[in-house]
Write a protein that binds this ligand. Structure first.
Ligand code: KG4
Ligand code: ZN
Length: 356
């Protein structure tokens, strides 16, 4: 069976994986840089590139060892080459080229967003994962992206809508920062929300135009900031605004209620647009396929499951370990290209912006 080595370095995860036949994950190593970026409250591109450079070879060695494979066993080398931080992407692309060239194997560049939409197909061991019926309604929710797609096949998607400001994961991370929770705060807000009352605060859900499939998180973020710290006041004309209080004054109960109410609004905003898409341009969808870090969110997973029951459409979610950035999704999707005889050469470039 075809064994593909995948490399992912688009943001702050250095990842290498070996995937067999496009779906069976033999190994998937993800070295996260969260500790490195924590004190800055977000990813610092220059630090990310350097960390990728230091980690890529040890991560590659571990991925091979975990799979019990050697470089000679690999049939093709895949790399996430777009979109992402340019300096970070370049480390993955240069490494993949060096491997493909020295081993004499095909090189395959993969779009990170398409790969997130493929991640639901990945499996460990012998558990069979169903094919994704097409066309499907696709949702990518991560720290860098929030978009809805019509997925005609794993390599052919068109964007129906996307965020006009922050990505939903970014909104989660900013809400966490406002609460004084360390980066990346998404999973921590999710955990805090479990003990809270989601109706304690009525945070806004941006609907935009009546038929818009775009999303917006800036209003939610500002409302959340004011709920935590109070409305800002200017001590004197021209002076910078000051907040009446800090997050330190909040009790555990209040923090949980804030997190739960934020989560309700953030998730409902996504669900609203998915429903609109199913009534509009994605009415032919035969399934809903989801990917990206925020697809690990407990409330989103629960609401998607209900939407599936309501509409009769299968909802395909990645296993938890394949929600956040990983290289197995890169190697898996590359198999689709390889089986069509569609590969790249050594002129493959890193492309920072999304092509769709
Ligand atoms: O897909 P990913 O690893 O990186 C990007 O491509 O952006 O997504 C990371 C994002 C972060 O913003 C993180 O806070 C968020 O996914 N995230 C979550 C959860 N787990 C990860 N957000 C909400 N709830 C979660 N359980
Ligand atoms: Zn991602």
């Amino acid at each position: 069976m075809t064994l593909i080595l995948g490399i992912e370095t688009s943001c702050d995860e250095t990842a290498v994986a070996l995937v067999e036949g496009g779906v069976r994950v033999r190994s998937s190593i993800v070295a996260s840089q969260h500790e490195l970026h924590r004190e800055y409250g977000g990813v610092v591109p220059e630090l990310a590139s350097r960390a990728h450079l230091e980690r890529i070879v040890p991560v590659l060695r571990r991925a091979l060892a975990d799979a019990g494979a050697s470089l000679e066993d690999i049939d093709a080398v895949a790399v996430g080459n777009r979109p992402g931080l340019i300096g970070a992407l370049l480390i993955g692309v240069a490494s993949a080229k060096a491997l493909a060239w020295s081993l004499g194997r095909p090189l395959i560049g993969v779009d990170h967003l398409l790969a997130h939409l493929y991640a639901a197909r990945l499996t460990r061991g012998d558990v069979l994962v169903p094919e994704i019926p097409h066309p499907a309604l696709g949702l990518v929710v991560s720290g860098g992206h929030t978009a809805i797609y019509l997925v005609r096949d794993p390599l052919d998607i068109s964007r129906l809508g996307s965020t006009i400001d922050d990505a939903v994961g970014e909104a989660y991370d900013k809400a966490a920062a406002i609460l004084g929770v360390p980066h990346p705060g998404g999973p921590r807000i999710d955990a805090l929300a479990q003990a809270g009352d989601d109706r304690a605060h009525d945070f806004p859900i941006a609907r935009l135009d009546a038929d818009s499939l775009d999303l917006s998180y800036s209003g939610l973020k500002t409302s959340f900031l004011y709920a935590v710290r109070g409305h800002p006041v200017r001590p004197s004309p021209g002076a910078p605004p000051e907040f009446p209080r800090g997050h330190e004054s909040l009790g555990e109960r209040e923090r949980a209620d804030l997190a739960a109410s934020f989560q309700r609004a953030a998730v409902r905003a996504v669900m609203l647009k998915l429903r609109r898409a199913l009534e509009g341009p994605a009415s032919s969808a035969r399934a809903i396929v989801v990917g990206g870090g925020v697809s690990a969110n407990s409330r989103l997973r629960a609401e998607l499951t209900s939407l599936g029951e309501e509409t009769g459409l299968p909802v395909l979610l990645p296993a938890m370990e394949f929600c956040v950035d990983n290289a197995a999704m890169i190697a898996g999707l590359a198999h689709e290209r390889l089986s069509r005889g569609d590969v790249d050469d050594l002129t493959l470039a890193a492309e920072p912006t999304a092509s769709r």
